[in-house]
Design a protein around this ligand. Structure first.
Ligand SMILES: *Cc1c(COP(=O)(O)O)cnc(C)c1O
Length: 663
């Protein structure tokens, strides 16, 4: 017997509390103190983990609506970002103090994780105080980082560290060398041997003694999704034999003291801490050897990979991690210290490039539900009987379904289930063979779904589901159509099956009595979410509230908002323009001293005109074409002049408008 996980509560008629909602959606598990619920049943953000300072998300959405900013909207919480950075600084400071580690710590932010200027600027300005740095992995990123560090970093070799990873050409390296002259503390990391030759060439030409890093191909493998980021088959880094060659080469050019940093990157979202420990162990041995060979090494860069517990389960699988920031810091420090102490090598300064861990918590997407589709629990008997009367002969499977529906009791559930699936299958084959009318097929479907609902309700009252019924809740679940594009706002959900927590941001004082999957507004059948976070096993449906139709025809449904959490890392820049749905609006929120929230910045989402331009359409050309067409239609009497005028206005407004649906 399988218990009906969390939906069981649906059928117990106690008074529902907001705490039950918090538990059901795992707010306290994956929220890590940043997410909560208030007595009004609204989801809240506690940007500093202080329960006394909460931002009510529903209030924010209402406030934005009042200002004409509609969902979908991405909310960024600058205070969360700051809190995270401080938390990481403190975790390493504590670990180092406790273990008497002498080398110091620096976290560099790889801007590829989220290059939005506002995000990078905030990190760059905090980096000055926290002694953090920035990382660039490509030419455009280098140019951005050089600009960002202009205002933020104090100049000189001890200024904000800038690490350059990724493949570099001649021009890239020349820029790096000149930036060193400018006063930037910039370290190119050699990914392939030829880059070292370019560095030496330009360093000599400009009379600069640069700091140089080498990325090492480790033999310890990564794990999970990014396991090929490390290991000897990795596309990046030098074999140990090449590292030795690099030492010889630098020695020959009198630059061995410039070899300053040893680097590896084992992969992203490392969910098992053991993988990291092995890599750090191996890398530190390489570091100590280079020290012994006379290189000027002072820095050990263990790359990114600090993960996020997306599902709150604290376990070693892809949407979770089996460690905390504090454990990560303690383990890293311990490994490096033991290897160095054994080798009698001074403790290096430790760099991590923990991008995901810095920014994931700080963004939340809010989207509105546009409507739902449900399999009715009530087959509407009168209309079924009427449809049957219209037939000369009602097919047997339909009669069987009707019989099953009418005679189902608590005692024959399993039998009813078997009978109804068999009758349904028979009905479908009769239809395919041409022996059943369309109205009869519709009746068969309606009866089948109604039987399913009745079965589920009766079985659930007993608190447990026979194994045969296990899929029934998913099969009968609703579809909630939501105003967003999966491909734009959470591409990893589609590309690598990443899970993100999703929660209604209001009505949490109310029992969610429906279960559903979410569909986006792209016309791609992949544009849906049918896997949801849960502490034990992932859920195939999400508990949701009923959404009532508003009175009046075509009035839509009452407002119902869902929040998608932990979207700060990678999602924004990996998002694409599928169906030409563009960037959503983004709003930066901050806590104000009086405890309320304030808008720091509004970045309007793409307009239709902008996304069309991206694929080489000129909006003036488009308008001209439509205008001529309308003109001709008016002349021929197919459109009246006022109709033509309205259509032209819709077209104009549409081009300037949001790419998502607007009320
Ligand atoms: C992507 C990347 C990172 C960031 O990894 P996270 O998993 O976000 O911490 C760090 N370093 C390098 C070299 C990378 O390619």
């Amino acid at each position: 017997m399988a218990t009906i996980s969390s939906s069981k509560n649906i059928f117990l008629h106690g008074r529902w509390t907001v705490e039950e909602s918090a538990k059901l959606y795992g707010l306290h598990d994956w929220g890590k103190g940043y997410v909560g619920v208030n007595p009004a049943g609204h989801c809240t953000i506690m940007p500093t983990k202080d329960p006394a300072r909460q931002i009510d998300l529903h209030e924010v959405v209402q406030g934005l609506r009042d200002r004409g900013i509609h969902t979908p909207v991405l909310l960024r919480f600058n205070d969360i970002l700051e809190h995270r950075l401080r938390e990481m600084r403190k975790a390493f400071n504590d670990a180092m103090a406790e273990q008497q580690y002498a080398g110091g710590y620096c976290c560099v932010y790889p801007i590829k994780v989220n290059q939005q200027r506002h995000v990078c600027e905030q990190i760059a300005s905090l980096a000055v105080e926290l002694d953090f740095g920035l990382e660039a992995g490509s030419k455009p990123e280098l140019l951005a980082v050089l600009g960002l560090s202009a205002s933020a970093g104090g100049p000189g070799v001890n200024g904000m560290p800038i690490i350059c990873n990724g493949f570099k050409d001649d021009e890239f390296i020349e820029t790096v060398i000149l930036a060193t002259k400018l006063g930037r503390n910039i370290i190119p990391v050699v990914e392939k041997f030829s880059e070292l030759e370019l560095i030496v060439k330009h360093a000599k030409a400009y009379g600069v003694r640069p700091k140089i890093g080498v990325r090492v191909k480790l033999s310890s493998r990564g794990a999970g999704r990014w396991e090929s980021s490390a290991g000897v088959r990795s596309k990046f880094g030098l074999f140990v034999s090449e590292v030795l060659q690099a030492v010889e080469y630098l020695k020959k050019h009198g630059m061995l003291d410039c070899l300053n940093l040893v680097h590896c990157h084992v992969g992203s979202q490392l969910y098992d801490i053991r993988v990291l420990k092995n890599a750090v162990n191996e890398l530190t041995h390489v570091y100590c050897e280079l020290h012994r060979l006379g290189a000027g090494v002072t820095t050990l860069d263990i790359g990114g990979g600090m993960g996020i517990d997306y599902d709150g389960s604290q376990s070693a699988w892809s949407s979770s991690i089996n460690y905390t920031v504090q454990e990560y810091a303690a383990d890293v420090v311990y490994r490096i210290k033991s290897v160095c102490d054994d080798a009698k090598v001074p403790h290096p300064r430790v760099i991590t490039e923990s991008g995901r861990a810095m920014v994931a918590y700080s963004s939340v997407l809010i989207m509105d539900v546009l409507g739902t589709s449900q399999f009715a629990a009530d087959p509407e008997m009168p209309s079924i009987l009427e449809a049957m009367k219209a037939e000369t002969e009602v097919p047997q499977p339909v009669l069987d379904l009707l019989e099953t529906y009418n005679t189902m009791t608590d005692r024959n559930l399993l039998e009813a289930y078997h009978d109804s699936t068999q009758a349904r299958d028979e009905a479908m084959s009769l239809f395919s063979l041409g022996y059943m009318s369309l109205p009869m097929r519709a009746v068969a479907e309606r009866l089948f779904w109604a039987i399913g609902h009745k079965l589920l309700e009766k079985a659930s009252k007993r608190g447990e589901l026979p194994n045969e019924f296990e899929n029934l809740p998913d099969l009968l679940s609703d579809i909630y159509f939501c105003n967003f594009s999966l491909f734009q706002s959470m591409p990893d959900s589609w590309a690598i099956d990443q899970l993100f927590p999703i929660v209604p941001i209001h009505r949490l004082e109310e029992e969610p009595t429906r279960r559903g999957i979410l569909a986006d507004i792209t016309c791609d059948s992949d544009g849906k979410i049918d896997r949801f976070v849960d502490k034990r096993v992932e859920k195939k449906t999400l508990e949701l509230h009923t959404v009532k139709d508003l009175p009046g025809e075509c009035a839509g449904v009452e407002p119902y908002y869902l929040g998608v959490f932990l979207l700060g890392a990678y999602q924004e820049i990996l998002g694409d323009l599928h169906n030409l749905l563009g960037d959503t609006h983004a709003v930066h929120l901050a806590l104000s001293p009086d405890g309320s929230w304030e808008i720091e910045e509004v970045i309007e989402g793409d307009t239709v005109e902008e996304v069309l331009k991206y694929v080489q359409y000129d909006h003036e050309d488009l308008k001209r074409a439509i205008r001529m067409d309308i003109e001709a239609a008016c002349k021929q009497g197919r459109l009246s002049l006022p109709e033509g005028k309205s259509l032209m206005k819709f077209y104009d407004d549409g081009l300037e408008g949001y790419t998502y649906l607007e009320e």
